[in-house]
Design a protein around this ligand. Structure first.
Ligand SMILES: NC(=O)c1ccc[n+]([C@@H]2O[C@H](COP(=O)([O-])OP(=O)(O)OC[C@H]3O[C@@H](n4cnc5c(N)ncnc54)[C@H](OP(=O)(O)O)[C@@H]3O)[C@@H](O)[C@H]2O)c1
Length: 265
């Protein structure tokens, strides 16, 4: 997302971030048609991902998850999960990714103007037609996940989750996902584009970073990884150094007492 929204780096830098990440072992990239500047720029991030992967012959090595259901009028973020619009968005994503089918297609958010069942119903049709392989939901709660599961198998949920946003951990939503064998994708895992510096500079993370000889960012990501194998944090990056650092989090095993300290924040 940081490669394509306001404040984005040059295309050359964006491509380098993706390529270096893949060279270092990244095999899952989350994107969305609306990771762009505005409605005239839809698909910017998907096109860059395609370009970057094609160039290093890695199109078959990386699982790409994209989304539909939002629009960017004059750069704002608004919902449109109307079935025909979702279909058109999915078809455009297929075009921009140069793919025959999308590994994981996520409803970006429920649209309060459209019956939720209708949006999920259209994703079901797209899956039946082979345009998408797996269905995910984003920005949903337990009730919405359960309602969708009545219609079609949901493979993933993508919600905001970080030490400053622990709602899904505290209200057992992540446990519900585990019970249903649903991957819980934690977005803005290090605090989000505007807040990651505030979060990573908190005293506790600076202390833990010294103790474990790693960055504060890796401490935060290791904490999320400690929540179970079904929890998948997806740190964003517009600099190569950020993503290469974040990847080291998989090697950090936090002690229970330190996990607890972060839980208590
Ligand atoms: N479904 C949704 O509604 C939704 C909403 C928001 C985000 N997302 C997804 O979640 C992903 C991540 O969320 P996000 O970008 O909002 O927030 P984030 O990952 O919490 O923070 C991203 C920012 O943190 C910095 N950063 C990350 N790891 C770092 C490290 N190890 N060292 C130093 N800086 C580091 C990056 O800086 P640099 O830019 O300088 O590299 C980046 O701009 C997005 O890319 C997107 O795929 C989904």
């Amino acid at each position: 997302m940081p490669i394509s929204i306001q404040g984005r780096p040059s295309e050359e830098q964006g491509i380098k971030v993706i390529q270096e990440a893949v060279h270092a072992g990244v095999n899952f990239i989350d994107t969305a048609n609306v990771y762009c500047l505005d409605d005239s720029d839809i698909g910017h991030n998907e096109r860059i991902i395609y370009k970057a992967l094609k160039n290093i012959n890695a199109l078959q090595k990386v699982y790409i998850a994209t989304k539909g259901g939002l629009i960017r009028p004059e750069g704002r973020w608004e919902c449109n999960a109307e079935p025909q619009f979702l279909r058109k968005s999915c078809e455009k994503s297929l075009q921009d990714l140069h793919a025959e089918s999308i590994f994981l297609y996520q409803l970006h958010a429920p649209d309060s103007n459209i019956p939720f069942e209708d949006s999920v119903g259209e994703l079901t049709k797209l899956k039946e037609e082979g345009k998408i392989e797996n269905i995910g939901l984003s920005n949903v709660n337990a009730e919405e996940l359960n309602a969708a599961q009545e219609i079609v198998r949901i493979e993933s949920v993508q919600n905001r989750c970080n030490p400053g946003h622990q709602k899904d951990l505290k209200n057992s939503f992540t446990d519900l996902c585990k019970k249903q064998n649903v991957t819980y994708i934690a977005y803005s895992p290090v605090g989000g584009g505007f807040h990651h510096k505030d979060l990573s500079h908190q005293k506790l993370f600076l202390e833990l970073s010294k103790k474990y000889k790693t960055s504060s960012y890796c401490i935060i990501l290791a904490w999320l990884l400690s929540k179970g194998e079904h929890v998948l944090p997806i740190p964003g990056a517009s600099h190569v150094e950020s993503i290469l650092d974040s990847m080291k989090a998989a090697q950090v095993k936090l002690e229970q007492e330190d996990i607890q300290k972060i839980d208590n924040l």
